[in-house]
Design a protein around this ligand. Structure first.
Ligand code: CP
Ligand code: NVA
Length: 298
């Protein structure tokens, strides 16, 4: 009996598998989904994830069916388990963007087909694949250093774990109270990753090859916005802060961006910004992941 592989966090892949996915992202698209579908379920808004996943499925010869959370009603209309069993009757894979990561785990436990995390409160591994692909295409991975300035959130967690699998050192700079969970830092180290924690953005960015930030208030945290705006004062990625990084350092942001909050317009729209290649790589990374997950694994 073959075991179903799910992709709920980037360390569901080992180092070699991650490299294979990134290689597939840059290769030709085999029609591994010909005549098949993929369900894409969204409990939260999305621009990049929905579009990149839909197009990746099409490029692999398949048909995406996107569903909004309220159409399905996980745990209101029917249980997460029954949603997974139902979608698994029709589709070769299920992707889901959920508020609570435990819902993804329940979908995966009941699903007869692979489940892919399209963002949860805990993790955003599809984003991390695109981030690593972008870094790999702009200077390589092994031996490089990324400075994260902002919230120790879902994007940060997946990036740190993916970096650990890729030989990229990570400096995570957050206000006190917004750091990565100690278990996540421990997991990065367990994977052999180099990670340091900071509360001073200038210290964290000094000499780094890439500077990465994300919104201060993630989807689902809207009622914390005022407190977060106060807590993150001084954590804006400015041109002056970026000037502390290595010569030629690049800027990354998963988007959506809030110019004037976590990043200055001059940075996100400036010459060092890779945010558009990074966004474009969401589709290529998605195609690579699905080709690996659903095709003959290389
Ligand atoms: N980066 C990202 O996941 O964007 P969306 O929320 O628009 O999908
Ligand atoms: N941390 C953000 C990422 C959005 C792509 C959120 O969860 O809303």
């Amino acid at each position: 009996m073959s075991t179903i592989r799910h992709f709920l966090e980037i360390d569901d892949l080992d180092r070699n598998e991650l490299t294979a996915v990134l290689d597939l992202a840059e290769g030709d698209a085999d029609p591994v989904l010909a005549g098949q579908g993929m369900a894409l379920l969204f409990e939260k808004p999305s621009a990049r994830t929905r579009n990149s996943m839909e197009l990746a499925v099409v490029q692999l010869g398949g048909h995406p069916v996107t569903l909004r959370g309220e159409e399905v009603g996980i745990d209101t209309r029917e249980t997460a388990e029954d949603v997974a069993r139902t979608l698994g009757c029709y589709h070769a894979a299920i992707g889901a963007r959920v508020f609570d990561h435990r819902v993804l785990e329940r979908l995966a436990a009941a699903s007869p087909v692979p489940v892919v995390n399209l963002l949860s409160d805990l993790a955003h591994p599809m984003q991390a694949l695109a981030d690593l692909l972008t870094l790999r295409q702009h200077g390589g991975l092994e031996g490089r250093t990324v400075a994260w300035v902002g919230d120790g959130n879902n994007v940060c967690r997946s990036l740190a774990l993916g970096a650990a699998l890729s030989g990229v050192a990570v400096r995570v700079c957050t206000p006190q109270g917004y750091a990565l969970a100690p278990a996540d830092v421990a997991r990065v180290r367990e994977l052999g990753g180099a990670i340091s924690e900071h509360t001073d953005p200038r210290e964290a960015v000094a000499g780094a090859d890439a500077v990465y930030t994300d919104v201060w208030t993630s989807m689902g945290q809207e009622d914390e916005q005022a407190r977060r705006l106060r807590a993150f004062a001084g954590f804006t990625v400015t041109e002056a802060l970026l000037a502390q990084a290595a010569p030629g350092a690049v800027f990354l942001h998963c988007l959506p961006a809030h110019r004037g909050e976590e990043v200055e317009a001059a940075v996100v729209d400036g010459p060092r910004s890779l945010v558009w290649p990074q966004a474009a790589n969401r589709m290529h990374a998605a195609r690579g992941l699905l080709a690996w997950l659903l095709g003959g694994r290389s």
